[in-house]
Design a binder for this molecule. Structure first.
Ligand code: TYM
Length: 332
């Protein structure tokens, strides 16, 4: 079985619809066909300031949401990044084979650090991509299911894997990004040319999966649409409608062409009403399942402990090989 690995940050409150459609949904599907490793990346989260109590709660909340979304500990390995110390260890090695200029060209770093200003930007944020490279290479992953915004980090992963292999001999699998065209980038409901993200200017543009289902329905109904009234998929001319169509298509299983046909002669209102209903049907049980996992923290922690143990067996082997290739003397 080919192997997949991916990670998600423990963000405050809830995952958003972009996280789910862009990544987590694929994680659930891939556990059926792949040897799958999925993790909550708490070490990445601390590259920006975190309140300790909130970080702890958000990490468990993230794991609960992944299980609620359909990850099955019998079918995949689900764990917390900091439970497997090899991530930080291989991250250091990756820092040591990355050029300063190369790291400086990472666009997510440039955007985030520009927003935060030089004095608030941590060195951890700068080295964030190399920790992500380590996450992936430790498991010799063949594919990495992510959204479009992670593509550059995946390219760096390939570059560093090839560089290490060329210098020290074959060690790492060179992974491919697994990005589905249709859901690679889910857009903000109020600003449909910007990616849906937690840092949205307007809260109405962001669909949090754990919000009250009624609030979610309301957000869908007040989504920005475009001039005209025709329902057709056209990112350039009809960004708002196209975004709603891709969301509906993914959640309902109907193709875009089928939806265009179905809404011929109907207005934007009909599309929004139907999408609101499909969303409510999706988030209502998702919310209930998430709360059920949170209400039983012992089971949740046991799942994560078992996941960490399985992950560590793989990670430790890769790290030992890497240290050996580098010429580090093994501890007796
Ligand atoms: P994070 O936590 O920001 O996002 C988790 C996943 O959600 C995807 N995503 C989106 N997809 C489509 N449309 C959107 N609007 C949207 N917003 C977010 C992201 O692309 C991502 O796949 N650096 C990563 C976490 C990470 C990781 C890894 C991923 C750490 N180590 C190793 C893969 C492999 C991140 O911050 O994702």
């Amino acid at each position: 079985r080919p192997r997949v690995l991916s990670g998600i940050q423990p963000t405050a409150g809830s995952f958003h619809l972009g996280n789910y459609l862009g990544a987590v949904r694929q994680w659930v599907a891939l556990q059926e066909t792949h040897d799958a490793f999925y993790m909550v990346v708490d070490l990445h989260a601390i590259t920006v300031p975190q309140d300790p109590a909130e970080l702890r709660a958000n990490t468990r909340l993230a794991a609960a949401q992944l299980l609620a979304a359909g990850l099955d500990p019998e079918r995949c390995t689900l764990f917390v990044q900091s439970h497997v110390p090899e991530h930080a260890q291989l991250g250091w090695v990756m820092n040591c084979i990355t050029g300063f200029g190369e790291a400086s060209r990472m666009t997510q770093f440039k955007d985030k650090s520009a927003r935060q200003g030089n004095d608030r930007t941590t060195v951890g944020l700068f080295t964030y991509p190399m920790l992500m490279v380590a996450d992936i290479l430790l498991y010799q992953a063949d594919q990495v299911p992510v959204g479009e915004d992670q593509r550059q980090h995946l390219e760096l992963t390939r570059t560093l894997a090839e560089r290490f292999n060329a210098t020290y001999g074959g060690t790492f699998t060179v992974p491919d990004a697994y990005i589905l065209k249709e859901t690679a980038k889910i857009y903000d409901l109020q600003e449909p040319t910007a990616k849906m993200s937690k840092s949205a200017a307007n809260a109405k543009g962001l669909v949090n999966l754990l919000d009250e289902p009624r609030a979610t329905a309301k957000k869908i109904k007040s989504a920005v649409t475009d001039t005209g009234s025709e329902i057709r998929f056209d990112r350039a001319e009809k960004a708002g409608v196209s975004n709603l169509l891709s969301i509906l298509s993914t959640l309902s299983g109907e193709t875009i062409a089928e939806l265009e046909e179905k809404y011929t002669g109907k207005g934007y209102g009909a599309l929004k009403t139907d999408l609101a209903e499909v969303m409510v049907d999706f988030v209502t049980p998702f919310r209930e399942r998430t709360h059920a996992y949170l209400d039983d923290p012992e089971t949740l922690d046991a799942i994560l402990a078992e996941g960490a143990e399985k992950a560590r067996a793989v990670a430790a082997e890769t790290l030992a090989q890497t240290y050996d290739k580098l010429g580090l003397v093994p501890a007796k």
